[in-house]
Structures are given as C-alpha cells and as structure tokens.
Design a binder for this molecule. Structure first.
Ligand SMILES: [Mn+2]
Length: 307
C-alpha cells in the first residue's frame, strides 16, 4: 500500500477537497475514493479555527469507515476530549479547564457543533477512538513527535476498537504523570524553557516562555537553532547554547511524518527521515500532502499542496 499523508486541516474543507481532487481522488456522492493502491493518512488536528469543521470530520470519517483513510489524534482532538470529560476528582470541573484561553482555542468548534449537543458528545467519543500514533511499517505517523518510549507506553493503554480507556485518559490530563508526558510529547512535541526573562508571541498572540523544538535536529546546540515559530519572532530567542533539557525524538528507522508546527514557505522535508506537513492551512497557508511510494528516504519532489 502507498500512502498520501495529509497535514493539519483545522476545518478548511475547501482546501481538503481541492487537495483530494488534485491527487486524483474521485468523489462518489459524499465519499472520496483514492486512486488504486493508495490510502490517505491524516495527521490529526481536523478541528478548531476553520469554517467547516463538521464537513471535514464527516469527510474524513466516511473515508476511514470505507477503508480509504486513517488518522492519528492531534492535540486539538485530545484537548476536545478533555474539554468535555468531567474531572472525577473535582466535581463540576473537566479534565481540561474551561478557562478563557482554552475556551478561545476551542470556541469555533463548540459553536459549529453546538456545545453540549448530542453530536458534540458523538464526535468526542469518536476522537477517543483515534490512535495517537500509527506505525505502518514503511512509515511512522504521529501528530508532533515520535518518541519510542512514549509510543510503547501509550500502545499498552490504547485499544484499537474501544480507544483510550478512562483510566489512561484521566492520568493523561494530570501533569506530570508518565501518561501526561507521553501524550504531551506525541501530540504537542518537545518543548524547551527559555532562559529566565525571555519570551515571544505565538501565532495567537499569546506570550510564551517555552519554545517548540525541532526535535529532529539531533545535534543542535543553540536555542535559536531549534526554535519553531514565526520568523518575525525569532530575533526574540537568545542565540545561546541550551543546557541538557533537550531530548530529541527518533530520526533513524522508517520515515516519520508530523503536522503541528505552523511552518511557512515552500513545503519540503526537514531531514531525509522526517517531514512536517503543517504549513498553516488553518490560516492562510496551503494544505500540504506527501505522496509516499515506498521510499526509505524522503524527497521534496513528493510534496503536493492546495489552497
Ligand atoms: Mn495544528
């Protein structure tokens, strides 16, 4: 089987349909059918921000049910589960706090799905069945970072039919349990604290003191080298060597695909073993795919994008 791996969609149904059409997928009623011998692999973050989140969910779920696609769980689906799941230790509260920042990040989904509605609950139950990673043999797929130790822990608690069990879910929202660390790494990647006094502003204009790290740069030494953020903020990151707090992910073995990182510019590989396919389709960037035909080293030539 060959795979078309597709980056974060965030409710941009128009970009998804344009990309599927460009890759030769055929629309049969409400179902998109891939060319023979291919399957679509979604990197998660189907929801939040964009204008047609339910259409994206319907489209992807229909493809999965027909055996034409698979998806991993993104941090936005994981957060959506925590947002609706009561906290067993704190009556009246939820696993993910309903504070202003979390509400703002999730508001567009809640509005489109109808907060507290039957379909809200149904979609969240479906999110719970999404695997946080997929090892497909020739490629590995995860929303933000492949770390074998975390993958092994999560695979012990994830049932491919019933999804994430209650116990794991509760632990995964309790910092700093091993379950929490694992889901943080797989769905949000490796983050590194800046030296005291340094901050920057992310794409939502939140001030942050932790950077998202290019975990595939296994020999990196400086903060600015590993920092993933908008170019216009990079000058705020000190050009200093970091201490020992950066643990890179795995970059040997079969290629790894991730989304998550809001890249910009011309889509291309990070290394011959790692490709990020998130080029900010949530806002004004294109939706990006990689057409994998069995190669063990990735190439810029296999990128395709729409929007
Ligand atoms: Mn995303």
């Amino acid at each position: 089987m060959n795979y078309d791996v597709i980056g974060d969609i965030h409710g941009q149904a128009g970009k998804l349909e344009a990309l599927l059409a460009k890759m030769g997928y055929a629309r049969k009623g409400l179902l998109w059918v891939p060319p023979a011998g291919r399957q679509a692999i979604f990197l998660g973050d189907l929801i939040d921000r964009g204008p047609k989140q339910l259409l994206v969910l319907e489209t992807v779920r229909r493809m999965i049910d027909a055996g034409h696609a698979r998806t991993v769980m993104g941090n936005h689906e994981f957060n959506a589960i925590g947002y609706l799941t009561p906290n067993p230790d704190k009556p009246g509260e939820f696993l993910r706090k309903h504070n202003a920042r979390n509400q703002k990040q999730h508001a567009e989904f809640l509005r489109q799905v109808g907060e507290g509605s039957g379909q809200h609950e149904e979609w969240v139950n479906w999110f719970r069945t999404l695997p946080p990673f997929l090892d497909l043999g020739g490629i590995r797929v995860v929303h933000a970072c492949w770390d074998q130790g975390h993958v092994d822990l999560v695979s012990k608690h994830f049932d491919t039919v019933r999804g994430m069990n209650e116990q794991f879910l509760h632990a995964a929202f309790q910092e700093p349990t091993p379950e929490w660390l694992a889901m943080e790494c797989l769905t949000k990647g490796v983050e590194v604290d800046l030296p005291a006094g340094h901050t920057f502003f992310d794409h939502s204009n939140f001030e942050r003191s932790r950077i998202r790290a290019r975990w595939w740069l296994t020999h990196a030494t400086h903060y600015r080298e590993i920092a993933l953020m908008d170019d216009d903020q990079l000058h705020r990151i000190p050009d200093l060597p970091f201490a020992d707090q950066f643990t890179p992910g795995q970059t040997t073995g079969s290629p790894v695909f991730v989304g998550h990182y809001w890249l910009s510019g011309t889509p291309g590989i990070q290394t011959r073993k790692v490709a990020c396919l998130d080029y900010s389709a949530a806002m004004d960037g294109p939706l990006v795919a990689y057409r994998w035909d069995g190669e063990s080293e990735l190439t810029d030539k296999n990128f395709i994008f729409a929007g």
